[in-house]
Structures are given as structure tokens and as C-alpha cells.
Design a binder for this molecule. Structure first.
Ligand SMILES: [Ca+2]
Ligand SMILES: [Ca+2]
Length: 189
């Protein structure tokens, strides 16, 4: 009867067995498990560091925002391509976003004014300021802004910077801000 060969059952460095012993099967299983764990970790890390596909987010005061790579930080739309890195890795200033404004920006970051030559960032719509220059970002069906709200007084302003609401703090300050003078005679700050 042929004696048991020590070669039989020996594991090669890469974990392949020449024969079949329990020790060899165990070592092979451990190697496979380690490989699987390494692959799993790599996939998990890859997913974690993956750039968010949809960067739309809502910043403070319900304003349209841009989601940074960390998937947590939501900066204002108007902070994208403003020359300042607001996201940790500067992804709000990358060339593919800012190379051909506004066409290189995702549509949700842009509001087109009535005048086709003018555009503003989406968070400047309905902020009560006349950013378009013709108030199309504050009045009309395209802007679809909510009523003035408690902090504002509704009137036709005399100042170019406002459209249909003036800050209530300007009421009764001795200076006309509404065409009707209602800020000085009716409104209470
Ligand atoms: Ca920026
Ligand atoms: Ca505005």
C-alpha cells in the first residue's frame, strides 16, 4: 500500500490545493472570505465617495440649493460659480459647471427672466429683490411667487430694487417707498 504523501494536500501560496485535506479546505475558505471582504469594502467605499447624482437640495428659507459631494452640505444656487469654493472640495466651482454659463449649469439652478438676454440663479426668484431688472423674477406667472408675507408690505415701490413688496422695516421711516405713500400712512413696521 502506497504511504501517504506529504505533497498531497499541500496548499500553494495562492491558496489552491493539490489534494483534499480539511486543513487545506479551511485555508482556502479563509482566503476566499478575505478576498470577498476586500472586494465588499472596496465597493462600499466607492459608493460612499460617489458623487451625488442629483444635486438638487433645499437650502435655508426654502431656497434652491446645490448639494456638495459630501451629500450633506447644501449651498445656495447663487453660490455656484461665484468664484468662491463653498463646497469642501470646490465642486461648486468646477469647470464643467462653470465653463459656459448659464448653459453649463443644471436647469434647476437657473431662472430665465422675461428678457431672454438675462438670467438669474433660482434662489433669487421670489426673494423680493428685483434681480432680473424687469421684476419678472418677482411678479407674473413665470415667477409664481407667494404673497408678500408678514415681514413685507405689499405696494408698488418707488425704488428700483423692489417689485411688489417692500421690507416692513421701511414703513414710517419718513421716506416714501411706495408710490401710494401707503408705507408712511397705513403700514405699521
Ligand atoms: Ca461658490
Ligand atoms: Ca429676485
Amino acid at each position: 500500500m502506497k504511504p501517504f504523501s506529504k505533497e498531497r494536500g499541500r496548499c500553494q501560496p495562492w491558496g489552491i490545493c493539490l489534494g483534499c485535506t480539511w486543513k487545506c479546505i479551511c485555508i482556502s475558505a479563509v482566503v476566499l472570505l478575505l478576498l470577498a471582504a476586500t472586494v465588499g469594502l472596496a465597493v462600499a467605499l466607492g459608493l460612499l465617495s460617489h458623487t451625488p447624482v442629483n444635486r438638487f437640495c433645499t437650502a435655508f428659507n426654502n431656497r434652491t440649493g446645490f448639494l456638495c459631494d459630501d451629500s450633506v452640505t447644501c449651498i445656495l444656487a447663487s453660490q455656484v460659480c461665484d468664484g468662491v469654493s463653498n463646497c469642501r472640495k470646490g465642486e461648486d466651482e468646477q469647470k464643467k459647471l462653470c465653463g459656459d454659463l448659464p448653459n453649463s449649469l443644471p436647469g434647476y439652478l437657473v431662472f430665465r427672466c422675461s428678457n431672454p438676454a438675462h438670467w438669474i440663479y433660482a434662489d433669487q426668484r421670489c426673494n423680493r429683490m428685483n434681480d432680473c431688472g424687469d421684476c419678472s423674477d418677482e411678479m407674473g406667472s413665470s415667477a409664481a411667487c407667494p404673497p408678500c408675507g408678514l415681514e413685507w408690505w405689499s405696494c408698488s415701490p418707488v425704488l428700483y430694487e423692489y417689485c411688489s413688496c417692500i421690507p416692513r422695516r421701511l414703513c414710517r421711516d419718513g421716506i416714501q417707498h411706495c408710490l401710494s405713500w401707503s408705507d408712511e400712512y397705513i403700514c405699521r413696521p
